[in-house]
Ligand binder design. Structure first.
Ligand code: AMP
Length: 318
């Protein structure tokens, strides 16, 4: 199935308790596309400046990513600088320079205008909407966002949320967006804004998926070395959407949508959540996309199996 993403392609500077990296490849669209590219071809819509290194373009092309929608504009590439303490769950943003994103107006190539699945990665919600309004009848639209936009572009973000099926955000963002400290209540408030499903990423504590009155909970993979959490959320979303795109639609969904209201069987959606968790767990093992560069499909399958063993238990007999 065709999968479209709009998001940031960035040069990140990141400091963690284990080291630092300057002007390395990053961005929500980048992490998403590379993770999704293990499962399905990805059509990426984004912009970079003329300072963007050619080697990064080669890396993207090598991961089944179509770059026809990646514009190069005069000026500097988007830059983000962040820092993590020993509590690696949340990044502290030190600097955000939108640069070429400030004047970017996405215009989709014709071949990108009829996607089956769309992911609006973390980016200005106005741009998310501009992309959404250029596509015809996608079967599933998902989105991410962050505090920068919840605080700075709340109205546009609420308009985006009205038009998406699945929201994938972290726990801090869910609380801030809903204005509610309790996650279960926050989830209800966010679902009231329009989406059918909400996936809340909780860093090392895993994810919670709220959908059609049900909750699905998945742990994070217990890793011995977490090096850099940057991009974990986008890699999760990439694994999730890439896997759905690979699986195809629920055949009956046009006549009889499953209880989740999404055009996929619930079992497929649950497997997609685990694949998302698998991709996030690999990503945090090194800076930037370094781990993704060497990752193989066999390693993904093996870690999926470990997840299965880690979480399976029998019925209570007595
Ligand atoms: P994650 O750790 O998955 O939440 O996403 C990290 C990525 O988001 C980094 O590679 C940044 O380049 C990118 N990012 C940070 N702030 C923004 C922003 N305001 N808009 C778009 N992308 C951003």
């Amino acid at each position: 199935m065709s999968l479209l993403v709009v998001g940031s392609v960035a040069l990140d500077s990141v400091k963690t308790p284990f080291g630092e990296a300057t002007d390395v490849l990053g961005g929500s669209g980048t992490y998403f596309s590379v993770a999704a590219g293990f499962f399905n071809r990805v059509n990426l819509v984004a912009v970079v400046g003329n300072d963007f290194p050619g080697e990064h373009l080669e890396l993207l092309k090598g991961h089944d990513i179509d770059l026809a929608g990646l514009k190069t504009q005069p000026g500097k590439t988007f830059r983000w600088k962040g820092e993590y303490g020993f509590q690696l769950n949340e990044a502290k943003t030190l600097e955000t320079h939108l640069n070429v994103f400030e004047s970017f107006r996405p215009e989709l190539p014709d071949a990108f205008r009829t996607p089956n699945l769309v992911f609006l990665a973390n980016i200005d919600p106005e741009l998310q909407l501009e992309v959404l309004h250029q596509v015809k009848r996608p079967r599933l639209v998902a989105c991410d966002t962050m505090n920068f936009w919840i605080e700075g572009k709340r109205e546009a973000l609420i308009r985006t949320l009205r038009e998406v099926d699945v929201v994938i955000i972290n726990d801090g963002e869910a609380r801030e967006l809903a204005g509610e400290a309790n996650l279960v209540k926050a989830a209800r408030n966010i679902l009231d804004l329009g989406p059918k499903t909400l996936i809340i990423k909780r860093g090392e504590y895993g994810v919670l998926m709220f959908s059609g009155g049900t909750v699905f909970s998945a742990p994070a993979f217990p890793l011995e070395s977490v090096f850099d959490p940057t991009g974990a959320g986008d890699s999760f979303a990439g694994g999730f959407m890439g896997y759905l795109a690979r699986q195809g639609l629920h055949e009956e969904s046009l006549r009889c949508p499953p209880v989740t209201g999404l055009p996929f069987d619930e079992a497929v959606i649950r497997r997609a959540v685990i694949i998302g968790s698998v991709m996030a767990s690999f990503n945090v093992e090194s800076f930037s996309l370094d781990r993704m560069k060497t990752l193989t499909f066999e390693e993904i399958q093996a870690r999926y199996k470990e997840f299965q063993q880690m979480t399976s238990f029998e019925d209570l007999l007595h």
